[in-house]
Design a protein around this ligand. Sequence first.
Ligand code: NAP
Length: 524
Amino acid sequence: MTTPYLHNHLGGRWQPETATAHTLTDPVTGMALARTGGAASELAAGFGFARSHGRDALQAMSYGERAAMLTRVLEVLKAKRDDYYAIALANSGTTQADSAVDIEGASFTLAYYAKQGAALGVARTLLDGAAVKLSKDGMFQSQHVLAPVRGLALFINAFNFPAWGLWEKAAPALLSGVPVVVKPATVTAWLTQRMVADVIDAGVLPAGALSVVCGSSAGLLDALQPFDVLSFTGSADTAALIRSHAAVARHGVRANIEADSLNAAILAPDATPGTAVFDAYVGELVREMSTKSGQRCTCIRRALVPAGSFGAVAEAVSAKLAQISVGNPRHADVRMGSLVSREQFESVQAGIAALRNEAQVLFDGAAVALVDADPRVAACVAPTLLGVRDADAASRVHDHEVFGPVSTLLGYRDSAHAIALAHRGQGSLVTSIFSADTDWIANTALALAGSNGRVHAVSPEVATSHTGHGNVMPQSIHGGPGRAGGGEELGGLRALRFYHRRSALQLPQAALQVLAAGAASLAD
Ligand code: NAP
């Protein structure tokens, strides 16, 4: 049986099939699922069409009209939901619950931006702050405005979130009036491509507003021009290539980079075994290790615990990990499916071996039997907990991201030591802190803010209501400094700033009044 071919959509039309360059497979069975071509053709023309037709149509609308457009996109995606779960199961090897993290996460974020955008109403201009006088008599003033960028937004995405990774970027871009070209990671491109196809076929977006390129990144960056923006999610190595690409440098392309992250979770000194906070920490660590088989950029990689609690945490976490059945996500008993590919399987095995040079194995995933999956074929890896009782004896754990169900327990001496260890991640997406001591929470959160895009605190009062260490909420920013890429996404309407240029309009006061009449202020 011929597998479906993932066509590129560029220049407002579907491109014909070309010779197969990549075959997407089921990571559990190894079965071929879909095919892509190689380097895309007509990139320059396709990008040009997006910058002209797509942009003009989008920017002719008000913010409120574009918000309504996002609602129509959401309705299309909701109607096709079952198809998306089937694709995720086959191509990402995820259980229903793990597929939901991606698919429902995408819907939630789209719905959020549709609502935020609706509040901007008929506005076609965004004001950034208040006008200030430049002349003594106040007749000549300066008003900063945010104008949608004149180019397109190119998204180069990672394999782990084919649904959310598209829409968490596209929602603020389209709301801003900026056309989107998405290049999904090849190994899981099917879901992204299908969602784009469904939205385009439904006719809810203007021609040129949304394009997709599957299979190869060749030529994409060369096709960028001044005014375009680029949002990349993936490994630090690819990020470094992208930052230094000639077209990005020459054209001053604004680039947002979301890369690797060695996130941490700190159990506070007060949270001794037997307390509610201790239990919350153990539960969260297990959830982080197992959700999407640990293939979330926000996962807890370094679990920092008081040295005196090291043994108790190791025991409690291991007991819970032993309950997790791993294997074919089609089997009703399986709680954790597979990694996205056999290549990732090899990479995770190599990562565990590297960390084992300085860490002991506290819970050995290699000893877990798979359910309904052939270990010689399936990309299934059971959770593995490593540990270093004296954290100062380890260094690789702060530098090597093992992108799977793997965390390392590190024993710390005191709070200052824990904070210093967290900073050794060289810039992280998130660190979570677990304590019943309100002062400790406030002080530690602030101490961590400089090296983390997000700090997530759990106390007994929020033990059941907090949103989860690894969950990216559109209300809060996502991104981190340094090693995490230095990027920033989401964060309410702050996300729109990436897709706008700030310009200072120095105008007579009367002209400013005309301008302000059709404008909204961008409240974050
Ligand atoms: P990757 O290998 O860096 O690939 C990411 C994307 O870049 C893919 O679409 C890939 O296309 C493309 N690409 C590869 N080489 C390129 C080049 N020379 N020029 C332009 N594009 C190129 O990363 P991955 O393995 O898919 O993702 C896993 C990594 O992403 C992990 O390290 C994880 O931490 C990180 N991640 C970070 C975040 C975050 O928000 N910070 C979120 C998710 C994942 P092909 O697939 O066709 O090679």
